[in-house]
Design a protein around this ligand. Sequence first.
Ligand SMILES: *Cc1c(COP(=O)(O)O)cnc(C)c1O
Length: 378
Amino acid sequence: MWQAEAVVDLGAVAGNVAHLRGLTRAEVMAVVKADGYGHGAVPVARAALRGGATWLGVATLDEAYELRGAGIDAPMLAWLVTPGTPLAGAVRRDIDLSAATVGQLDEVADAGRREGRAARVHLKIDTGLGRGGATPQYWPDLVTAAAKAQADGAVEVVGTWSHLACADEPGHPSVDRQLAAFTDALAVAERAGLRPAYRHLANSAGLLSRPDTHFDLVRAGISTYGLSPIAGWPAAAALVPAMTLRARILVTKRVPAGQGVSYGLTYTTPRETTLAVVPLGYADGIPRAASNAGPVLVGGARHTIAGRVCMDQFVVDAGDDPVADGDVAVLFGPGTDGEPTADDWAAVLSTISYEVVSRIGPRARRVYVGAPDTDPAA
Ligand SMILES: *Cc1c(COP(=O)(O)O)cnc(C)c1O
């Protein structure tokens, strides 16, 4: 008997990637960091590859090792590695690494030398995001060092890359500036003798809205999961949200008007009504900020969380709708059966869908549907 679950439609993931592929001549890297944005990195990676992704992207080396450990041998880039982290295992497993400083490049090259093979590296440019990456001031030294390490056989410069700051705001002038800075940096790299096979800049928003940012490879994260980084964007309309979060109601009860609900008694029933207790809380990634605000499908209609979200549970005021112990409450899903979407939750919480899905914790068991191995009839 299940209590709370995140149902992940892997057919939707594969279909989303196939749709994204149709929008570009570039190859598609499915970004499966943070356990596949909470969906489960290994099953999502397999579904994305089935849909036509040819690369996988992760943040940390542990995430990359999990995928390799599951037997996934697609090209893979890990971009968030702390200085001093042993890299030989990454080189051995053909995991591409990113370098944004000469120091990082030296560590990658050392690992290549130790393993007796060229370590695959992507050089990262800061074109304006102001996060990782070498700014134009540092870039010439980085590409010079990389060209030398490549000539020595210690590294293979597979890619040059950068990340966009505001592509989710169509028309934002920073995108043009970043594109120009990227093009300039590629020219500097070329003068140093580097012509990497993969130049990559676009995230989902760039993929959906700016074909001139696609280059050789696009890094598709949120769109892989069927969510759009740009509200109402036409090219995203065909995406299908992959995750449905639901739980079985623990208990329902009729209460009179004036009943206080949950810690602090911040909600009081305005009339006689039915309360339904749902076994998900802030420890499961339902933000406490959703108190008296989060939308939930209960008893065939959308209702709102009543009172504070607790660590393990919250209460819904279901009015006079028919709802019984053990019924299913749906927090979000594709939105096709009247349930709220992750975007609805993001709007209520003043955040983005990325945060809503990626924070769902492990107590909501992951259930996979829509893949050949989960559904023998498919
Ligand atoms: C997370 C991430 C992406 C994916 O971004 P989306 O907006 O989810 O498509 C791409 N590139 C980098 C460097 C990232 O960290």
